[in-house]
Design a protein around this ligand. Structure first.
Ligand code: CO
Length: 209
């Protein structure tokens, strides 16, 4: 692949869009009203809109290594607050993926420099579910389970935010935990009840007065 090809592709994409709808870019330029905030991994193989069959304007996106939601990451916090309070999204999806290099890196003893504090978030998930994870003998299965538990914990971190609590309780906004399996292309809903989790953790994390 040459970078020049990208600009050629772009020209072809414009032509296709205009063929379908001559006002396409005029409409796109008017503004966005996405109903979904997607928080996923930076992994190049997990192309959010593509795997979900969504078009430009339908998905507000935040991606980082191993789909981490950290309370002092201004980037993630800004994206989530904007999506919830201004765009008023109906759903927040935290989507992990099996074969995640970030999760794998957090399972081995290795000094990865600047990545250490980032991956520490995943080691903390491991520590939280230490008994469950260590009871899984098969290493691949333990790795897959950590991917799922990381999705759950990062989504719980979303639920800990004031704007999210307000939107979940006030206007029925929903939080979901999904995993993408690139072995077969399946998008899997982990079916975690974040409304129930919200009520469970409110004693500690309640931010509404
Ligand atoms: Co990943």
């Amino acid at each position: 692949m040459e970078l020049k090809d990208i600009f050629d592709n772009n020209k072809k994409w414009i032509a296709t869009k205009l063929e379908e709808n001559p006002d396409y870019f005029e409409e796109l330029n008017k503004g966005q009203t996405p109903e979904i905030l997607y928080i996923g991994c930076s992994d190049s193989r997990v192309t959010a809109e593509d795997i979900m069959g969504l078009k430009p304007g339908e998905l507000f996106v935040h991606r980082n290594i191993a789909n981490i939601v950290n309370a002092i990451d201004m980037n993630a916090q800004s994206v989530i607050n904007y999506a919830v309070s201004k765009l008023k999204v109906k759903h927040i999806i935290v989507c992990g993926h099996y074969a995640c290099g970030g999760v794998k890196a957090a399972m081995v003893a290795k000094d990865l420099g600047i990545l250490n504090p980032w991956l520490r978030n995943i080691r903390d998930v491991y520590r939280h579910y230490n008994d469950e994870l260590n009871s899984i003998e098969d290493e691949q299965k333990r790795y897959d389970r950590l991917v799922e538990l990381n999705v759950k914990e990062q989504a719980i971190n979303v639920v800990k935010m004031a704007a999210v609590q307000k939107a979940m309780r006030g206007r029925g906004m929903q939080v979901h935990g999904w995993v993408f399996d690139m072995k077969n292309g399946n998008l899997i809903d982990l079916k975690i009840d974040f409304n129930a989790i919200l009520e469970e953790i409110m004693e500690i994390y309640r931010l509404e007065e």
